[in-house]
Design a protein. Structure first.
Length: 102
């Protein structure tokens, strides 16, 4: 059953991606929609990042994780090297959890 589910999902993903290539010439988007598409992608990414930062399973992740994400975001905004961003975010979350803040 699991293998069949994986194969069905893989086939569906492949067909959805293929449909974009095959329908490119047949589908015309208005200028307004073409301007909004990049913003929609950014909004989707922001929603995904926010959900991952704030939620764990079906509840709130606690304060430590969002604090680490905030430190990482601040350092990324200040153009710190990627390794520094990741290490500082992880260290912030780890130290807060070590201090008993969940």
């Amino acid at each position: 059953m699991l293998l069949a589910s994986i194969l069905v999902l893989a086939l569906g993903t492949y067909l959805m991606r293929l449909s974009g290539v095959l329908l490119r010439e047949r589908l015309e988007l208005s200028d307004q929609v073409q301007r909004l598409l990049p913003m929609a992608a950014a909004a989707l990414l922001a929603a995904l990042a926010g959900t991952a930062a704030l939620m764990q399973a079906s509840g709130f992740a606690g304060v430590a994780r969002p604090a680490g994400v905030a430190v990482g975001a601040l350092l990324a905004w200040r153009r710190a090297p990627f390794v520094v961003v990741v290490l500082a975010a992880a260290a912030t979350s780890a130290l807060l959890r070590l201090a008993g803040v969940r």
